[in-house]
Each structure stands twice: as structure tokens, then as C-alpha cells.
Write a protein that binds this ligand. Structure first.
Ligand SMILES: [Zn+2]
Length: 300
């Protein structure tokens, strides 16, 4: 049972929008690609979790602060006897280990995911002790991408390789009872209540409304839509969409990128660019409530 579902993070959503509308620096672009790849990997892992017994409690994307340290957990599964935590990695290609250090095939060092996992496990154990909710914890790094290979890894690492995932879950289901009790639900609820949301706005590049490229982005190809004709927007990829749906999607982008800006006809007209002001005005009045009159009116 999924008690805390996984969503695309706000940081990834913002970078996805900005990527289309401004030139990202190399660092921000790489961050966007990594976040996107990580999220795709986590979604693949979620497909495995769907097959677990319904009474096991699944919590995704947890972020805690404990004794002045932050730690995050990609997925947690609470069974009758054990808390499983998973760090999901969507690495592809060849990697190798030298002692405790990890390298990609090009020789550049990456963060050791096992050390990251052990830190998380230790902090979670302390947090549970603090709550007087002791349960055994089993922690694993899951490499979800079938294209991943790691050389020189000792056998006793808490690593699940792509070819082992099926067997790992089979074993997990035969060793843990499929029931849980109200004690487990209370533990899950307590952990969800301690989850913190971090604002991503400090980690993304600065941008202004003026600076961003305006237009409506095609839901199929991701390019900017060029034509508007008879209540339809028409992309050069051939995709046609109701103008209302396209504008509402653009407004979602606008309000996510500019949470403090008000929705009004002028701003959305400028943001979408390809259709007349009266069309924008009609779509806004059909889908939102107007507050105020004249120039200073806005929609919520
Ligand atoms: Zn298109």
C-alpha cells in the first residue's frame, strides 16, 4: 500500500520548464539531466514495488532532518518485521571500485553510494531510537538500469544489481510475513509527519519573466507551437490541441515559475504569445474566478 506516492520534484519541474525557455549553464543542464534520469529510474523501481503484498507500507521520497543533518530516502518499505530502505541509482555504463572509491569508466570519481546509504541508515536508526520506535533496518542500493556494470566490487556489498532485483523481491516476500498492524501504520504516519519539504528555488538558476522565451510548448514534441487557428493550436510536428488545454498547461508553467505573480490577461497573453488577447481572456474567465475590476483585476 503506497502511503506516500512519488511525484516529480519541484526542482526537476522548474528545470524542465527553464530548459525550454532559457540557456541553462552547463552545470544546471547537467543537474537537470541527472534529476530527470534519477526520476525515471525511481519510476522503474516503483513498478517492482507494485508487486509487493498490499499490507506492506510504501513511503517514497522522504526527507528528514535529525541532529542537524538532512537525509533522504528514495523508497521505504515497512513490513511486519523490518524496515527496508532503498537508494535507487539509474547509472548506466561501466564503473569500477578501488577500495572505497567509485569511478566511472572515464576515470572520474563519483560519490560512493554505499557510504551515502550507510549514513542514511545510521541517521534513520537514531531517529527511530529517538522516537522509541525500534525496528530492524535493511538498507540496499538498487541499480535499476540493465546497462549498468560495476567492476571490482566485493561480494558483501548491500548492492542489488539489475539481474538480481527479481530474486531479491522473491526472497523478501518469502522471508517477511505479508501482514502489518496498526503499530506499523502509526510508525509510517509518524515518519510522513516528520518529512520536510525543501524549497528548490535556491538551487536553480535565477530568471526573470522578461528573460524567458515566450510561447506555448507542444505536449507531444516539446517544441514551441507555431500556429493558432479556430480554437486549435497546431504544432509543426502535426499535433493539434484545443487552445484551452494548451493555455491551461502554459498557465501551470507560469504559476510554477512565478509563484508570486498574479494571473491576468496581459501576463498570460504575453506568456503564450500565439493567440489574440480576447482568446486568452475567454479561456481565463471560463476556467478561473476573476477578482477585482479593470486593469488591476486578476484570476485565481
Ligand atoms: Zn509538436
Amino acid at each position: 500500500m503506497i502511503l506516500k506516492p512519488r511525484y516529480e520534484s519541484l526542482e526537476l519541474e522548474l528545470l524542465k520548464y527553464l530548459y525550454k525557455r532559457m540557456n541553462l549553464s552547463e552545470k544546471d543542464h547537467l543537474n537537470y539531466l541527472n534529476l530527470n534520469k534519477g526520476f525515471i529510474g525511481e519510476q522503474h523501481f516503483d513498478e517492482w514495488l507494485h508487486h509487493l503484498p498490499d499490507n506492506w507500507l510504501i513511503l517514497n521520497d522522504l526527507l528528514f532532518e535529525f541532529s542537524h543533518s538532512h537525509f533522504q530516502i528514495d523508497s521505504m518499505v515497512i513490513t511486519n518485521s523490518t524496515i527496508y530502505i532503498f537508494e535507487v541509482k539509474n547509472y548506466d555504463g561501466d564503473y569500477y571500485m578501488e577500495d572505497d572509491r567509485w569511478f566511472s569508466s572515464s576515470g572520474s570519481e563519483i560519490k560512493n553510494p554505499i557510504l551515502q546509504l550507510k549514513r542514511t541508515e545510521t541517521l534513520l536508526r537514531k531517529l527511530l531510537q529517538d522516537l522509541q520506535l525500534n525496528m530492524p533496518i535493511k538498507a540496499h542500493v538498487i541499480f535499476i538500469n540493465p546497462e549498468f556494470h560495476l567492476y571490482h566490487a566485493p561480494r558483501n556489498q548491500p548492492i542489488i544489481y539489475p539481474t538480481q532485483i527479481q530474486r531479491f523481491f522473491n526472497r523478501m516476500m518469502t522471508t517477511a510475513a505479508s501482514n502489518t498492524s496498526s503499530r506499523h501504520t502509526q510508525l509510517a504516519k509518524k515518519l510522513i509527519s516528520l518529512h520536510i519539504e525543501e524549497s528548490p528555488y535556491t538551487r536553480i538558476p535565477e530568471y526573470t519573466f522578461e528573460q524567458l522565451k515566450k510561447g506555448v510548448i507542444c505536449a507531444r514534441c516539446g517544441g514551441f507551437i507555431g500556429d493558432f487557428h479556430k480554437k486549435l493550436v497546431i504544432c509543426k510536428c502535426g499535433y493539434k490541441e484545443n487552445a484551452s488545454t494548451a493555455v491551461l498547461r502554459s498557465i501551470k508553467e507560469y504559476t510554477t515559475l512565478f509563484p508570486n505573480n498574479k494571473i491576468n490577461t496581459n501576463a498570460i497573453y504575453e506568456w503564450c504569445k500565439i493567440m489574440p488577447k480576447r482568446t486568452i481572456s475567454r479561456i481565463l474567465s471560463q476556467n478561473f474566478n476573476i477578482i477585482g475590476h479593470g486593469q488591476s483585476s486578476y484570476y485565481i
